[in-house]
Ligand binder design. Sequence first.
Ligand code: L14
Length: 344
Amino acid sequence: MKTYNVAIIGATGAVGQQMKEQLEKRNFPIKDIVFLSSSRSAGKEIEFNGKVYTVQEAKPESFEGIDIALFSAGGSISEKFAPEAVKRGAIVIDNTSAFRMDKEVPLVVPEVNKSDLRLHKGIIANPNCSTIQMVCALQPLKELYGMTKVVVSTYQAVSGAGIDAINELKAQAADFDNAKEAEAKVLPVKSAEQHYPIAFNVIPQIDQFTENGYTFEEMKMINETKKIMHDDSLAVAATCVRLPVVTGHSESVYVELQKEATVDQVKQAMTDAPGVELMDDPSNQIYPMPLMTAGLDEVFVGRIRQDLDNPNGFHLWVVSDNLVKGAALNSVQIAEALIEENII
Ligand code: L14
């Protein structure tokens, strides 16, 4: 079997650690692996398949001989080093928002648009976590019934904002009586001046605001959904909200179909969809929740209801681990698809 030289950039981050775990768990055909990071995390040690590796500072030369480079160290690192990796013959799978809307860059969820991988020119973008889990549930409905409109509200975990945000939630949660005055340095946006506690709170802001009043996270969901599903005419609106959950994003999704469908048909579509698991049994209080889906691969869908005023409208509750299918697993599945399809 052919094996590959792999690099993980951002190896010590929340997503980087999960990328390492997915490669181990899925027995990815690795010849050699290097763990790269900013100078700040260089020197740390990482165990991979029983062997200890030292994290090295990313430099252009680090990509010499690399076949597949998995980037998750922030947009500016990707902008700087992804072209260097491509120049040296690597295929880059980038988990930041740096290249997602670039026309030359495929934006791929393998269950939805694997065939776009063939169009790559060196860089392939991994979509935003909230977008990935939503399109996994939407694509089968669009194929079967057509789709005109999507309205989503998210309930997002802090792990999307990194290890610092996880630690901040844990520290604040330890002190219920002082929650209101809790020290906050990370959320909603680390680089901003104003911060708010997340423990016992709900923050209707993820990423910075854009000029139209939507946040970048909301605009990412809107634009990426249209690109992945190849439908610029699909109406999409999003409201992205942070909750005091460590890992696992939840979404309330309202979708309007072109053709009429029944709840049973929508449930069947979820049962048949690759990567999706139906978890919908209200009589037994069965529906997905982030605590129960943490660490799992699938996108879980429950609470499926027909709209009471529009027979073509359906409401879905969609939950998945944002670090797994929302990030690391999707990146590794892209790499696996490149091998399966003889693209690499
Ligand atoms: O665009 O803060 O991939 O939860 C996803 C996680 C942006 C930040 C992306 C968060 C990131 C977001």
